[in-house]
Design a protein around this ligand. Structure first.
Ligand code: DOR
Ligand code: ZN
Ligand code: ZN
Length: 365
């Protein structure tokens, strides 16, 4: 067995409070550690959304109770959501949050700031407070524009409705505003080669832009709708195999800084509804490391790079004091992803049935 620094997952939705039939911190923490993850950053699109002191401390209290019950000292940090008029609350919480989350396009939950003037204010505030601004970068206007063209859409239209142009436009806008206000922006779940080109160029000009890749955008493409159906539905959607290749290229040239799972569980019953009634999101914490270690065996990525993307780069971007948690891995263990083995409450994975080589065995927190 070998030991690597424990994985930090900078992007999860553990559903507390408001959607605990999908996940809570008892099942979520168990899923995290079975995935080799000992630190998570949780997103604010809860019910109620985490947008002020009250909702922030309430969420924290429930999380602590749940973690205590299972006796897992999972490290966690919380985002605060931007609403466009909660500046005062963000200021009050500036030392308690890992960053500000801004939805430029609507996704699960009701957090959305589509108005440019309001967006600019948030970019400015994040810069003033020296907080990372994490972006769900899909342009709402573009999405709405496409939506009307699809009368009776099916799952494969998801990638057209939430078009690549929507993602590209939002990233363009974001880079422009980051440059104007000197904001440190963290672009969640980059999915297209055009976004990567924009980010690559922006980095060269000294703009503080960081990019995250999800396992599903690295290991799945639009072609997988055929067998996944709405289990392959997430925002932003799966893209082409050319985009997938560009993602791997961007990992090797340093355009992509981190891997975040965007672990976004929904129950199977919810997921198998007919599109577009099916919710967007897939779980990912338990499969991210096996997928990466399997890719290592396929000579797609080095172990050093895996550690950068899942630990050291994240600590640098978010100014974390490096922790000394470890994950023990069996590089040669070959095992199929089985829904019945999963700890996540949702009980399914878009990678079920895949045989992967390289699995976490234990963590030390
Ligand atoms: O697919 C997604 N699911 N994308 C998001 O932006 C939100 C997430 C969720 O919370 O379900
Ligand atoms: Zn998102
Ligand atoms: Zn997310």
């Amino acid at each position: 067995l070998i030991v690597i620094p424990a994985v930090i997952d900078p992007h999860v939705h553990l559903r507390t409070p408001g959607a605990e039939h999908k996940e809570n911190w008892e099942t979520g923490a168990q899923a995290a550690i079975s995935g080799g993850i000992t630190t998570v950053f949780d997103m604010p699109n809860n019910n109620p959304a985490v947008v002020d002191e009250k909702t922030f401390y309430n969420k924290k209290q429930i999380i602590d109770e749940q973690l205590k019950k299972i006796n897992i000292p999972l490290n966690y940090y919380l985002y605060i959501g931007a609403t466009g008029d909660n500046e005062e609350e963000i200021i009050k919480l500036k030392d308690s949050v890992i960053g500000i989350k801004l939805f430029m396009g609507a996704s699960t939950g009701d957090l959305l700031v589509a108005d440019r003037t309001k967006q600019e204010k948030i970019f400015q505030l994040a810069a003033e407070l020296d907080l990372v601004l994490a972006l769900h970068a899909e342009d709402e206007t573009e999405i709405q524009k496409q939506k009307v063209n699809f009368i009776n859409p099916s799952i494969s239209d998801h990638s057209k409705i939430r078009s690549r142009e929507a993602a590209i436009q939002a990233v363009k806008d974001a880079i422009e505003m980051a440059q104007k206000y000197n904001t440190r922006i963290y672009i969640c779940h980059v999915s297209t080669h055009e976004e990567l080109d924009l980010i690559r160029t922006a980095k060269k000009t000294g703009i503080k832009v960081y990019a995250e890749a999800t396992p599903h955008h690295l290991f799945l493409s639009e072609n997988n709708y055929k067998y996944l159906g709405t289990l392959g539905q997430m925002n932003p959607p799966l893209r082409t195999t050319a985009d997938q290749e560009a993602m791997w290229q961007a990992i090797s040239d340093g355009t992509i800084d981190t891997i975040g799972t965007d672990h976004a569980p929904h129950t199977l019953g919810e997921k198998v509804k007919n599109y577009p009634d099916s919710p967007s999101g897939v779980p990912g914490m338990e499969t991210v490391l096996p997928l990466l270690l399997n890719a290592y065996h396929e000579n797609k990525i080095s172990l050093e790079k895996i550690v950068e993307l899942t630990k050291t780069n994240i600590e640098k971007i978010f100014n974390l004091t490096p922790n000394h948690d470890w994950t023990i891995i069996d590089l040669d263990l070959e095992k199929e992803v089985k829904n019945t083995d999963l700890k996540t409450k949702c009980g399914w994975s878009p990678f079920a049935g895949q045989k992967l080589r390289g699995w976490p065995i234990a963590v030390v927190i």
